[in-house]
Design a binder for this molecule. Structure first.
Ligand SMILES: [Mg+2]
Length: 395
């Protein structure tokens, strides 16, 4: 069967705030081949990704992503990899390509799972999907008091692991950050796993990062995530050598396999974090998970949006028994929750399991999405090259 349609839907909250919350908008992708439909999600500015799908060709290595998708044969999992390589070759100089292809790749795996009547993790070669321990992913409060209250709330809700990130952390004084860390630890109590996400705020400045090491150690932080931008390999390595037991985590900024490989090999990471909606989809996630596993580095998903994205992000390491943590969105906007009819809920032990249904096992809620749909029209030479499609009646 051939890929007959690639539809994309720009979804957004009514107001976008200048915060680190990536769940405020989304680009939902629908791929149709024969009688099958698959769904995926891109984790990047939706309009830019739409443009990369439909833009006029600039030159032979800068074609619109859609040109390498429509009419392609999609009969088995090898076709997904073949199509991904074709997209990367034909759109190599279009920097949004990997982001856009992420949603397409995820949708193709969902579609193939439905065709072959198997969950995606089985198509990736895993016999079993192991339960994961979700860590509640939260933004730091504007004040230590607010952070304390958030930590108390998720602790009372049964989470044993919490990650605080972004917000004011790292932007003010060392003392202000120390107060934030102690507030987080107090709210979480001594036995909770505390993770901190610095959101690349220090660029590549090791000095500023190292000034906080004592507080990270005193508050028992398990990992410090993205102290620096992806690719600042020397800074990562230097900080890791000073950090004692504290692990560094990073990798969400990687938007291709080789970037992740460099981070694994040269950034002294304890844990590599990959976003399926950025790096090129489930196909690339699986390559990274295999590489990390072979080198004894933990793999964890990066997900702050919907449960469609969550399911997609877990598939690549579902069968890695010892990589037990999972980023779990608990603060997403209503769009992130409303996007799907079903959700990956915690069980009585506080763990989560991938759906055992075919594909990703998560169904978009098309009726609920109507109110988030952004009306877009792109014209070139007075010809409409993209117009927001109507949402189909069924998923
Ligand atoms: Mg992060």
């Amino acid at each position: 069967m051939k890929i007959e349609a690639i539809d994309c839907y720009y979804l957004s909250m009514p107001n976008i705030l200048d915060t680190g919350d990536g769940s405020q908008d989304a680009l939902l992708i629908r791929v149709q081949a024969g009688e099958y439909v698959g769904w995926g999600e891109c984790e990047a500015a939706p309009l830019v990704s739409i443009a990369s799908l439909v833009c006029p060709m600039s030159h032979s290595a800068c074609k619109p992503v859609r040109a390498s998708l429509l009419d392609q044969e999609l009969n088995d999992t090898a076709d997904i990899n073949r199509i991904g390589n074709l997209v990367r070759e034909n759109s190599m100089d279009l920097l949004q390509t990997d982001h856009t292809q992420s949603g397409v790749d995820i949708a193709m795996w969902d579609l193939m799972g439905k065709k072959l009547d198997a969950p995606v993790y089985q198509l990736l070669g895993y016999k079993k999907s192991y339960p994961k321990t979700p860590y509640a992913s939260l933004l730091f409060g504007d004040t230590p008091q607010e952070t304390l209250e958030k930590a108390l709330r998720v602790r009372a809700d049964g989470y044993k692991a919490v990650k605080f990130g972004w917000g004011p952390f790292g932007r003010g004084t060392v003392a202000e950050d120390e107060d934030q860390l102690h507030a987080a630890r107090e709210g979480l109590s001594q036995d909770g796993l505390l993770l901190v996400d610095v959101g690349t705020v220090w660029g590549d400045d090791v000095e500023r990062a190292s000034q906080r090491l004592k507080a990270f150690q005193e508050t028992g932080v398990t990992w410090v995530e993205e102290p620096f931008v992806s690719g600042a390999l020397d800074s990562y390595r230097t900080l890791a050598s000073m950090g004692g037991d504290i692990k560094l985590a990073g990798g969400e900024g990687c938007h291709n396999y080789h970037m992740a490989q460099q981070m694994i090999d040269h950034a002294a990471l304890g844990c590599v974090q990959i976003d399926a909606g950025r790096i090129g989809g489930i196909s690339i996630c699986k390559r990274v998970a295999d590489y990390a596993h072979a080198r004894g580095i933990s793999y964890v998903n990066h997900t702050f949006t919907s449960h469609l994205a969550l399911s997609a992000s877990i598939q690549a390491y579902a069968g890695l028994e010892h990589d037990t943590l999972c980023e779990y969105p608990v603060e997403s906007q209503s769009l992130g929750v409303d996007m799907t009819q079903n959700h990956i809920e915690r069980d009585a032990n506080g763990q989560i399991h991938l759906p055992e249904a075919p594909g990703l096992g998560i169904r978009p809620d098309l009726l609920a999405l109507e109110k988030y749909l952004v009306d877009v029209e792109i014209k070139v030479h007075n010809q409409v090259i993209y117009r927001t499609p109507t949402l189909p009646a069924t998923a």
